[in-house]
Write a protein that binds this ligand. Structure first.
Ligand SMILES: NC(=O)c1ccc[n+]([C@@H]2O[C@H](COP(=O)([O-])OP(=O)(O)OC[C@H]3O[C@@H](n4cnc5c(N)ncnc54)[C@H](O)[C@@H]3O)[C@@H](O)[C@H]2O)c1
Length: 393
């Protein structure tokens, strides 16, 4: 396979991030398969032709069903709201295409289960855009854990805090259960569940102590289409509607290797703009990551003599040692948010060419495991009890 025609569904925030990745990947990575930016789907009001012209897509379309069945398309890239993941993913797999889908894999556990089952049955190549795995510092953290630098991990502390969702933000799809499935939980906890599963190499076996809250119970119904950020550009259109998802979900968990964990996701954690991170404490050392300083990883080596132990800040920009950055810039010529997506596009192309990705890439089955953890937390919050993961199928 020398090249593959890609169809992108969605022209919002992720539509832009993915378009940038498909456009950049062949310039920075030796792509074993050339991605051709064939068709982009957007809703009529979004003027997908202008989006296509700006980002370099050859064609624009307003009928996603025709796009996913188009025999010329080899890879369907799903960047629509969560309720719109399963229908196009299923149709694309049935038409024999590979599918790259945004996270969370779906708004509901039943959609996620069905997507994983269909992928298994049809042996479809599937990928889920848990892009933070491909942040060099995060991929390097996993490597250090695998090398035994932390010893046995006892504590996992994960949080993803944002503060964009005050009363002035209208009732976007992100605030409605029918479109999103959940709020900060599926949006943010999804990332840190995936990231900590990835870095520790362990599964979550039990969830307890979950608490969910919706602080702002109704919002103004919006007017206008997506503009490419989380909430920018959409004014209230008049009238109010109920918010049907959480603003925050916190929970505790146990990992298969014996560690205990806490997870926190929030959209109104004032002063935390995009604080996505974790701290792992092991018998031989600790690691700390905060995406707001994404080029850095903090490491505490507890095997050094006690008098010289202390946190050190590793600048994860050394191409010879740190994953992915060798394809970008020299030491400390920093990379940013968009690079994780391009790194992921590179790994998707490797898998499509039959090569291993640089670090494991989540497929539908893997993302379904993350969705089970999210579901367990919602059950724990509703029923005020500990939930064993084996209860959640
Ligand atoms: N990986 C990440 O870090 C990350 C970040 C943000 C969003 N996401 C995920 O990406 C997906 C899209 O989020 P976004 O922020 O780009 O949203 P967005 O609102 O900016 O864009 C969504 C796009 O989907 C399309 N769309 C909207 N409603 C539709 C409908 N009813 N039918 C068909 N198409 C419709 C439109 O083209 C719209 O532009 C979500 O699943 C979200 O969870 C992932």
């Amino acid at each position: 396979m020398a090249s593959i025609n890609v169809a992108l569904l969605g022209v919002g925030f992720m539509g832009r991030a993915h378009s940038n990745a498909w456009g950049q990947v062949g310039k920075f990575f030796p792509a074993p398969v050339t991605p051709v930016m064939h068709t982009v789907f957007g809703q009529e009001a979004e003027k997908p032709e202008a989006f296509a012209a700006n980002w370099g897509w050859k064609h624009a379309a307003t009928d996603w069903q025709a796009v996913v069945k188009d025999p010329q398309i080899g890879l369907v890239d799903v960047a629509t709201p969560n309720f719109m993941h399963a229908p196009p993913a299923r149709a694309a797999m049935e038409a024999g295409k590979a599918v790259a889908c945004e996270k969370p894999i779906a708004g509901t556990l039943s959609d996620a289960r069905e997507m994983a089952q269909t992928a298994r049955k049809l042996q479809a190549k599937t990928f889920v855009w848990y892009n933070y795995r491909r942040c060099p510092a995060v991929a390097f953290a996993r490597q250090l854990v695998q090398e035994g630098k932390l010893g046995t991990i006892r504590h996992v502390r994960a949080l993803y805090l944002q503060d964009w969702a005050d009363e002035n933000v209208p009732l976007l799809w992100r605030f409605e259960k029918q479109w999103a499935g959940s709020g900060a939980h599926g949006d943010l906890n999804a990332h840190i569940v995936d990231m900590t599963r990835f870095v520790t190499g362990q599964e979550i076996t039990e969830v307890s102590g979950a608490i969910a809250e919706t602080f702002i119970k109704e919002r103004t119904i919006p007017a206008g289409a997506a503009t490419g950020g989380i909430a920018e550009g959409r004014k209230g259109g008049g009238g109010k509607g109920p918010v049907t998802v959480d603003d925050t979900v916190l929970f505790l968990a146990r990992f298969s290797g014996g560690a205990v964990a806490s997870f926190e996701a929030a959209r109104q954690a004032t002063g935390n703009l995009n604080r996505n991170g974790f701290e792992l404490n092991g018998t031989k050392g600790s690691l700390r990551f905060n995406f707001e300083r994404m080029n850095e990883l903090e490491y505490y080596d507890a095997t050094l003599p006690r008098g010289v132990q202390g946190w050190s800040t590793l600048m994860c920009t050394h191409g010879a040692d740190h994953p992915y950055v060798g394809n970008w810039w020299p030491d400390a010529h920093l990379i940013g948010y968009e690079h994780g997506f391009t790194n992921m596009a590179s790994d998707i192309l490797k898998v499509l060419a039959g090569q291993p990705p640089l670090v494991p890439i989540p497929d539908f089955e893997d993302a379904y495991q993350t969705q089970r953890v999210l579901e367990a937390a919602l059950l724990s919050a509703q029923e005020c009890r500990a939930i064993k993961l084996e209860e959640v199928k």
